[in-house]
Design a protein around this ligand. Sequence first.
Ligand code: 5GP
Ligand code: ZN
Length: 120
Amino acid sequence: MAAPERDPACLFCRIIAGEIPASKLLETDEAIVIADINPQAPVHVLAIPRRHIPSAAHLTAADAQTLAGVIDAANTVARERGITATGFRLVMNHGSDAGQTVDHLHVHLLGGRVLGWPPG
Ligand code: 5GP
Ligand code: ZN
């Protein structure tokens, strides 16, 4: 079954709707990119699909266009912030072991410093 377009109780759905303020860096047909409220690197932004998809574990092949749009939005901001040449990391957390705290799919774009591997 297709994911619902919007969950009225969801933080990121409410940010997308403009009901909760956020620093919006890019808005496209498929996605928005916002500054993370608690940045873990000089560049730490979140690329978020407009459609409410709870996490990466809920993605199917039917979501290919949405996911491509999210990655494209993250890439655009990476270029704008000048970290494409130096490198960056894209992260999707799913579930409690990974520390997911917002149940609306989002891709963290982290860069602007050397990032440790493996992540904690
Ligand atoms: P997760 O832990 O689910 O992968 O990532 C959620 C991210 O959302 C965290 O990095 C957290 O700092 C960020 N975040 C939580 N609440 C807000 C908010 O109200 N505004 C913004 N811009 N980021 C938020
Ligand atoms: Zn949502």
